[in-house]
Design a protein around this ligand. Structure first.
Ligand SMILES: C[C@@H]1O/C(=N\OC(=O)Nc2ccccc2)[C@@H](O)[C@H](O)[C@@H]1O
Length: 474
């Protein structure tokens, strides 16, 4: 071990072997990443194979829906409490109006099934602190609203019944709890925050107790300085939650490390089971993912998670959302599309229409999404490759048909293209035209693609490469 003083603090370094057996010098962290590389257990493999999920942001913010006193609020609807046009006490009293008479968890679950979502993430408590479940640890929950009943339980039941796994979103930041602090400056702050930490632990254990079929927690609201000092508390809490539900899946947005770093610890290693940094954005290349598991959570408008009655700016089409879904899976990630039900518990018509259109595509093409991931074939302009992790079957998902209809395929060496055919329709097959070593064209003949087209490639590893090619003499 090397010991040397750094800015007066002493840092212990560890020399160990990285997974690829290269020597690694890393800072010794008590509460950094506890695992290098992907989780390989069956529960995480199930998560990795989802492909497509549904996010639901629902709470008191759905009642004002981005407006107050006739004024339009241009920020994210679920942040309206922070808007100067919304007096805190007016927002905090919205719970007295929460009575979503049209809430129908079975209908939501059926719609998610038809859309092709394989998991769902529901906001149990967003930043405002209002709990959609009867919590023993606060009165600021559904039982004290006119609705008076648990929301989370029926949702978990309905989605479980459809075979859609449920994950619980939980915001650590809680604007309602008197002990919450964004930073700890005084002894009073620290004392109050200890009470808040105990409250947070109590609520999380309560959620796992009440809803043991949940497969994981999606944490948020962990960026404040106060929480970034809680490395040991968060680490112990994560361990305690996993003692309650072994294999519980928790992303990178929960814990800070010994030095307050989140997502990646001070050695640059991912903390948590998958990276949660891709929010309303996608990696461009496989290298951007650092080879980690990751999810992309995506809003339909530019930035509205909760219900806003007046969506302005660009609203994504099903074509755009399908391309994001395909791109996510092609880079080994999961794509999670957001829904924001309104104050009555209805899913707005724009989201219903998108769910229908995406579902129609998924119904025909889900083989290219489910249980699929990245393959290291050169990315081409026509679209994306995905590969089924079990069968090894490769899918070309074509978004951009070239004018000449020739789709270029470039494989690594020693790959044989054995069979190429349309996933849908009359099982048209393609004979690859070899244009150079490991490089081919396949020729599409249909005039125009109505929707993204999936072509299946069955390939094998060649034992030896027979054909010789003239290497350019440079
Ligand atoms: C899913 C979204 O998550 C949030 N915030 O996200 C982030 O803080 N994103 C973030 C932060 C730092 C790095 C990368 C993403 C919330 O404030 C928002 O209301 C919504 O629930």
């Amino acid at each position: 071990l090397l010991m040397f003083a750094l800015t007066g603090a002493s840092t212990t370094l560890t020399i160990a072997q990285a997974p690829d057996n290269t020597p690694r010098i890393s800072m010794t962290l008590e509460h950094g990443a506890h695992r290098i590389g992907k989780r390989i257990d069956s529960k995480m493999s199930r998560w990795r194979n989802y492909g497509f999920g549904q996010f639901i942001h629902w709470g008191l913010y759905a009642i004002p829906g981005g407006h107050w006193n006739g004024e339009y609020y241009g920020g994210a609807a679920e942040w309206i409490r922070s808007w100067k046009g919304m007096p805190n006490e007016d927002y905090d009293n919205l719970y007295t109006e929460f009575d979503p008479v049209d809430f129908d968890p079975k209908a939501w679950a059926e719609q998610a099934k038809d859309m092709g979502a394989r998991y769902m993430i529901i906001t149990t408590k967003h930043h405002d602190g209002f709990c959609l479940w009867p919590s023993e640890f606060t009165d600021y929950d559904v039982t004290n609203a006119p609705y008076g009943q648990d929301i989370i339980g029926p949702l978990v039941e309905a989605y479980d019944a459809e075979g859609i796994d449920v994950y619980l979103y939980f915001s650590v930041m809680d604007w309602n709890h008197p002990g919450y602090r964004s930073k700890l400056e005084t002894a009073e702050d620290r004392e109050a925050y200890e009470g808040f930490k105990e409250f947070t632990r109590n609520q999380l254990l309560e959620l796992l107790e009440r809803y043991p079929s949940t497969k994981g927690l999606w944490f948020d609201g962990t960026w404040d300085a106060a929480w970034k000092e809680q490395a040991e508390f968060a680490d112990n809490l994560a361990m305690e939650m996993r003692e309650m539900i072994p294999g519980l899946i928790i992303g990178s947005r929960f814990r800070p490390d010994d030095y307050g770093n989140r997502h990646f610890d001070s050695n640059g290693d991912l903390m948590g089971d998958y990276e949660q940094g891709w929010e309303r954005k996608l990696p461009d290349t496989y290298e951007d993912t650092k080879g980690n598991d990751w999810d992309c959570v995506m809003t339909v408008p530019e930035n509205q998670w909760g219900y806003h009655s007046d969506w302005r700016g660009h609203v994504k089409t099903s074509y755009e959302l399908i391309e994001m879904l395909v791109k996510s899976v092609s880079l080994d990630g999961n794509f999670v599309m957001n829904f924001g039900p309104n104050g009555q518990g209805e899913i707005r018509k724009e989201e219903r229409q998108l769910a229908k259109e995406i579902g129609e595509w998924m119904h025909k093409n889900q083989k290219a999404i489910y249980d699929c991931g990245y393959i290291d074939w050169e990315k081409q302009d026509w679209g994306y490759y995905t590969r089924n992790r079990e069968s090894g079957e490769v899918y070309m998902i074509v978004f951009n048909k070239p004018i000449n209809g020739a789709l270029r395929i470039k494989t690594p060496a020693k790959i044989n293209l054995d069979k190429i055919f349309d996933l849908n329709g009359p099982q048209k097959t393609y004979r690859p035209e070899e244009i150079h070593r490991n490089e081919y064209f396949i020729h599409l003949d249909e005039a125009l693609l109505e929707t993204p087209k999936v072509i299946v490639i069955q390939y094998s590893e060649a034992t030896n490469q027979t054909k010789g090619y003239d290497k350019a003499k440079t």
